[in-house]
Write a protein of this length. Sequence first.
Length: 221
Amino acid sequence: MIGDQADIVARLYRWLPARWVPTGPGTLVYAVVSGFATALSGVHALLAYAAQQVRIRTATDGWLDLIAGDYFGPSLPRNAGEPDPLYSARIRREIMRERVTRAAIDRVVFDTTGNHPIIVEPNRTSDIGCWGQGFAWHSGSYGSKGLPFQVFVTTPRQNPIPFPEMAGWRVPAGAYRQPFAVYALPSIFPPPPAPDAAIIAAIERVRAAGITVWLQLTNQP
């Protein structure tokens, strides 16, 4: 493998006169060359590791935590047990995230909990109902002109069924070569439920200044 001890030993030997220097393990020259190769292979590995850390997509370990701190301060910590790939994707998603809109709140709650929240703005007519009117196609929430610049958000903490359209075991639709035969690897299952503080912090990062968000968290889907 390029950069390992054997590779560097072979490279160093190419610089030595073959007729003057004995080759192969067990010789004094091989011991000296192997010593240099061990140090140089370590340097090569360190350079390769450092090159990974200069891009968010390839960064690993504590460097991801430092990157999150540089961009977001303490507001985007690594969740307990969160692996590098998930944390890296979350950082990159936050950098490009839409903000200060209703859609931004919906998306950030979905990304955090796996649920689309119920969002009600008391001053938004399409969110509220109307007494005794035939054109009111569905019931809604109470509206109020006395609650300007406020929004009510209700969401479960986490979707208990991460793949609601996936057929389970012993279900005919989930048999091999059937349309709904979809099987998930453990690596693509969602992370553990986000703590309440993480949901609140996520909304705080995207809400517009001067807007009050009333949040209700439930344990039911």
